[in-house]
Design a protein around this ligand. Structure first.
Ligand SMILES: *Cc1c(COP(=O)(O)O)cnc(C)c1O
Length: 399
């Protein structure tokens, strides 16, 4: 079989073929787990030769990975049109922190969306602050008005679209264009859509970040992050990750690659089931807003329609007259939904979320109690029956 390297294949094919070079797989389908810290050289000349290049695909030392990690990184790069490389990190948070550290210096300002994933916020407000970087926050619906937030020291913008609790879709192309004109680098946390539903670099983003823990791994058994970028930032992103000692284990890379191979069918099922459940929730008298980018009431829905190729399985809804106690009664009554952090796995999850606590640039005006659902791969009608039963418990708690 020939090596797979062309980026011209359709996405469903790419997730199957990506990174499976024959030199890495040998005679089997999946690149084996190459466990190793030391890589042995043939002779001293070969050892010296190893210092000459710093790229994937050449043995050097365990910290720079092995075919197991290179293959996964290459597959992720192929899925992102315009990208030249991908670095892997031991978590999504590590990917975000290292990407920011790759572009920021003391004295800089970074702008973050007010809908940011909370650990991103906390990294900016504490670690980056200590480093002499100031953080500013902007309304996720700001669009090209982002220019009004640019100061003399603005260096980078960290977007997240949609926000992972509140699901506002941002006008990423408009923000990126404004940033490019001002010499500001753009980063996007693209965990919800992945490059499959939102090819970030094609929409103007410089540095695309994914918590691979979610949909790439897809089975709730591995933590991993990935940063994919174009020529302009690749060397910086790579060097920074290496200097900070970022490496993922070959066992984890193997599992993540195994998850990736079914990404297309999983995402399509997550999408269909989540839409079915979101539409069912909309009809319930107990429910106020359903914050799902594919539904018109979600802020930025028109932008989702314009820019995205699909929607995934994570969304929130409002228990209109809910409070802490009745919301807890609702969630506790669910059998098929686990209670826990993270998402993107094959199993459904429910989480109470309170986005108002994390806002500084905008006011959170929704009064009811918010529940975030990760819709897994169970039969959606069973999930709906489970939710219907939980509403009965909710009523007893509100009465
Ligand atoms: C989970 C998550 C992360 C962090 O990923 P970890 O692998 O859990 O560190 C980052 N961004 C978003 C939007 C997430 O949901």
């Amino acid at each position: 079989m020939a090596d797979h390297g062309s980026g011209s294949k359709r996405p469903a094919t790419q997730v199957v073929t990506g990174g499976r070079r024959k030199t890495w797989t040998g005679a089997v389908v999946n690149p084996p787990v190459w466990r190793g810290s030391t890589h042995l050289y043939d002779d001293v000349a070969h050892l010296r030769d190893g210092l000459k290049s710093n790229g994937d695909g050449k043995f050097f030392y365990g910290r720079r990975g092995s075919p197991t990690q290179w293959s996964l990184a290459e597959a992720l790069t192929e899925m992102e049109p315009g990208a030249v490389g991908t670095m892997l990190y031991p978590s999504g948070v590590a990917a975000i922190s290292c990407a920011l550290l790759a572009v920021l210096e003391p004295g800089d300002e970074v702008l973050l969306t007010d809908s940011s994933y909370d650990p991103s916020r906390s990294f900016a407000d504490t670690f980056l602050k200590r480093m002499g970087v100031t953080a500013g926050y902007y309304d996720p619906t700001i669009g090209s008005n982002i220019t009004g937030q640019f100061g003399p020291n603005t260096k980078a913008i960290l977007m997240e679209s949609p926000g992972s609790l509140t699901f506002e879709i941002q006008d990423v192309p408009a923000i990126c264009e404004a940033a490019r004109n001002a010499g500001v680098v753009t980063l996007l946390d693209n965990t919800w859509a992945t490059s499959r539903f939102f090819p970030a670099l094609e929409h103007g983003v410089d540095i695309a970040i994914i918590a691979a823990t979610k949909y790439i791994v897809g089975h709730s058994d591995v933590m991993m992050g990935a940063v994919t970028t174009h020529n302009g930032y690749w060397t910086r992103v790579r060097r920074t990750a290496q200097q900070l000692g970022q490496v993922v284990s070959p066992d984890d890379a193997y599992l993540a690659a195994r998850g990736l191979r079914t990404l297309e069918v999983r995402l399509r099922q997550h999408e269909a089931s989540a839409l079915k459940i979101a539409n069912w929730l909309k009809q319930r008298p107990e429910v106020g807003l359903v914050l799902h980018p594919a539904l018109p009431e979600c802020p930025g829905h028109e932008i989702w329609q314009r820019d995205f190729k699909g929607s995934s399985g994570l969304f929130s809804f409002e228990l209109e007259d809910g409070n802490e106690q009745s919301r807890a009664a609702f969630i506790d009554a669910l059998d098929l939904f686990g209670i826990g952090y993270s998402w993107g796995g094959f199993e459904s999850l429910a989480l109470p979320v309170d986005p108002g606590k994390h806002r500084t640039a905008t006011e959170w005006t929704i009064k009811g109690a918010l529940v975030r659902l990760n819709i897994g791969l169970e039969d959606p009608d069973d999930l709906i029956a489970d939710l219907a039963k939980a509403f009965e418990h909710y009523h007893s708690a509100t009465r």
